[in-house]
Design a protein around this ligand. Structure first.
Ligand code: HEM
Length: 431
């Protein structure tokens, strides 16, 4: 076991690539493995430990990973040379029903599925579903009116409930009414997917030693599969019974699924499992990201009353000019609001790391270093977003960085809260 687990101990040294000295068996991950430190903070520490290098190696347990610091190289990996880095490096078993979704899938299944789902996020589709979102905020407005006299609100819970209503309505037409429904069963199910658990810990630990064995452990608990399977197919049955058609993701995927049922089994992309898994990931991704971004923005605005006043003035003015209603087009005119959200995502990038796997030997341009097939490539977003060499006063919340005149000086590759290239977040346009 020792011989096997130390086989890569000198991996980076032999290849003359800068690296942080690893320990046997755990590599550079012992504190992470013990859950002693936060992942994003640990990667920020690695990043600053390795000064004056464009990239450096670590060992995740026994597996080599290359961390990229240079924004130019990041852009090549994500965009120009994407063909060498098209998977994220996750290994998920085909029987892991909720795990086989767009985020975790590998090529060629990922590409086929991405092509089939991307159209639901087009400007025209988003514009047509904007009214849905507008009506979903009614419960939130009622709550705020009823509780205006209170000094404190459970902001994150409130945002979570509001985002659940919006996401479920926009993706599969469901009316959840989380704010008004005291049982909050659906929100509890979503939260279960993110809760840290012994299962998650066990899976990560197994992953250190064998991605092969990790494939045997499902990413999400089975109870979530049963819940989302029911939710999806009952909604479809109800639509069929009442002859309801909508222009949402559920409808779009259902049409693809039904067309594919006519094809021989070996030519189908969207199995019943993949169908449910993708509805699940869209609900989950839409819920968690929007909840965290909106509640952290409110937190920052509470601490910066001047910025709060400015954003409020802009919303009021644009809404007045648009006939008293917030519309898809008027939202686009709220430039300062957009700057505020961009700044929140700089300081609090939800995905504190972007992952890629090297799919084919890649020669790092201008060097004689090679990234070998199978090596993990990691882009430490939080460290890049807060690097004093890339940002002036990085710890200060300052939305003006993203104004028209200032944003030209942001170095491509130094800011990527949604990732970049063909595998960029599919929901970016919603934000
Ligand atoms: C503030 C909001 C959001 C942030 C910051 C965010 C961030 C990200 C990031 C960093 C990635 C990885 C990109 C890469 O590897 O290059 C990603 C992927 C993804 N996101 Fe988001 N996301 C947000 C909202 C959403 C929403 C609303 C949805 C769906 C309704 C969504 C669905 C997805 C999916 C399906 C993927 C995987 C895409 C693929 O591999 O093709 N996200 N997101």
């Amino acid at each position: 076991f020792y011989k096997w687990s130390t086989r890569n101990l000198n991996y980076w040294k032999i290849r003359k690539i800068p690296h942080i000295k690893p320990a046997p068996v755990v590599g550079n991950y012992w504190e992470l493995l013990l859950g002693k430190v936060n992942v994003a903070e640990k990667y920020r520490e690695f990043y600053h430990q390795m000064k004056d290098v464009k990239y450096f190696g670590i060992l995740i347990g026994t597996y080599p990973a290359l961390l990229i610091k240079d924004p130019g190289l990041i852009m090549r990996i994500l965009v120009k040379d994407f063909r060498y880095f098209y998977d994220r490096g996750f290994h998920v078993s085909d029987s892991d029903v909720l795990g086989t979704n767009l985020f975790f899938l590998r090529n060629p299944k990922w590409k086929l599925l991405r092509n089939k789902t991307v159209s639901v996020f087009s400007s025209a589709k988003l514009k047509s579903s904007f009214d849905i979102l507008d009506k979903c905020s009614d419960d939130l407005i009622d709550y705020l009116n009823e509780n205006a006299h209170k000094k404190e609100w459970p902001t994150r819970q409130l945002m979570g409930d509001a985002m659940t209503d919006i996401v479920c309505k926009a993706i599969c037409g469901l009316e959840i009414h989380s704010i008004k429904n005291p049982s909050r069963e659906h929100v509890a199910m979503q939260n279960m997917a993110f809760a840290s658990s012994f299962r998650g810990f066990a899976r990560n630990t197994i992953n250190f030693f064998s991605p092969y064995l990790a494939k045997k452990v499902h990413i999400f608990p089975r109870i979530l599969h049963t819940y989302f399977d029911d939710l999806t197919w009952k909604t479809i049955e109800m639509r069929k019974e009442k002859n309801i058609r909508r222009s949402d993701l559920l409808q779009l995927l259902l049409e693809v699924y039904e067309q594919e049922q006519m094809l021989p089994a070996e030519n189908r992309v969207l199995s019943r499992e993949l169908f449910v898994s993708n509805i699940f990931i869209m609900i989950l991704a839409g819920y968690e990201t929007s909840t965290t971004t909106s509640s952290l923005t409110l937190h920052e605005l509470a601490h910066h009353p001047d910025i709060q006043d400015k954003v409020r003035k802009e919303i009021k003015q644009v809404t007045r000019e648009s006939g008293g209603k917030i519309t898809y087009d008027s939202l686009k005119k709220m430039k300062f609001l957009d700057q505020v959200l961009s700044e929140t995502l700089r300081i609090y990038p939800l995905a504190n790391m972007i992952f890629r796997e090297c799919m084919e030997e890649y020669n790092i341009p201008g060097t004689d270093h090679v990234i070998e097939k199978g090596v993990f490539v990691q882009l430490p977003t939080l460290a890049l977003h807060t690097d004093p060499a890339l940002w002036k006063d990085p710890e200060t919340y300052n939305p003006d960085r993203f104004s028209e005149e200032n944003s030209a000086s942001i170095i491509p590759g130094s800011y990527s809260p949604f990732g970049d290239g063909p595998r960029i977040c599919i929901g970016k346009r919603i934000h």
